[in-house]
Write a protein that binds this ligand. Sequence first.
Ligand code: TRP
Length: 387
Amino acid sequence: MPDFIVTPWEVSGEVDYDLLIKEFGIEPIDEKLLFYFKEITNEIHPFLRRKVFFAHRDFQWIIEEYKKGNPFYLYTGRGPSGNVHLGHLLPWIFSKWLQEKFNVELWFQLTDDEKFLFNQSISLEETHKYAYDNALDVIALGFNPKKTYIFSDIDLAGTLYRNALKIAKKITFSTVKATFGLDNSSNIGQIFYTSIQTVPAMLKSMIEGKNVPCLIPLAVDQDPHFRLSRDVLPKLGFYKPALIECVFLPNLQQGGKMSASVEDTAIFTKDKPDTVKKKVNNAFTGGQANAKLQRELGGNPSVCSVYKYHFMLFTLDDNELRSIQSKCIGGELLCGECKKDLIQKINKFLNEHQKQREKAKDIFEDYLLKEKVDLKYLINEKNKETH
Ligand code: TRP
């Protein structure tokens, strides 16, 4: 038995991503695929080069369709149960890059309903409030307002529900139990919920009255939802959504993902410079017990959480990263310095992010997708055929 757990509601332990590829039946992203992809984008995002995005379903197909003149749209989301931390930003930063490279739409779902149903200690009012608060972090990343639609499940309920019904009718309770590990003690909202998360993968096709390919950047824990989407949507006459999946940003201690519930080991987008400094200075490293030993023996970046932050988010320049790595191993770079460098980089990023987050309050409406009569009642030919 592996000693880690990855489900949409729980991630714990040291995740073995190679094992997960086998368990989930996802495809690794290999050099051949990246080469093919690069023909369009001209460059490979460091997240791809460094296998932060490490697996996919039908990614090649999405690119083939694009090359044929059949472009896709992006869909991703956030379960708003608290403040946003750096780990949440990985799929969003990548989505922003994809949006720019391909000049495509992003549909962004805020699942206030989900977090209420799955989290015993939070009220619906709170998750709804967090939905719009968290949306500011999304907007702060600079998505194109003309091509980005952000919505709360509760506020877009009419549109979502009328489409979710068609999906729900094609999924049995036993499938939901097997896919998510729910049981007879689960509340009945939890059983229905996955159908709501599938809707945005077909919504644009519904609205346009023709099939539009959908690409979903996501953290790998969300894969089970879209395994079901990929099963059901073809039965309703839609394409299967394609997926591109990333690893979790580890927490600042040893192993495990960054989790909002362990405050001191996660860095939140609202954290002040002093808080960041304190958290990084307390981080688990691959360093030796003291400076003398470190100079003699060198450190071990492969187990170091500080190095992982450089690697995944804050030192995206390959030469600079290589230099950190080799100086650490060679005993030239001490943990204190390396942490100082990371603290500076994180605070620079957060300073800009927090400014943009404030500005986002004024332009929020430009992104917000509201329940509209034309959207809700748009019934096209395909819609009529799906009973
Ligand atoms: N369920 C996700 C979460 O808890 C939120 C979400 C909704 C999502 N739709 C998505 C995430 C699509 C990735 C892709 O965070």
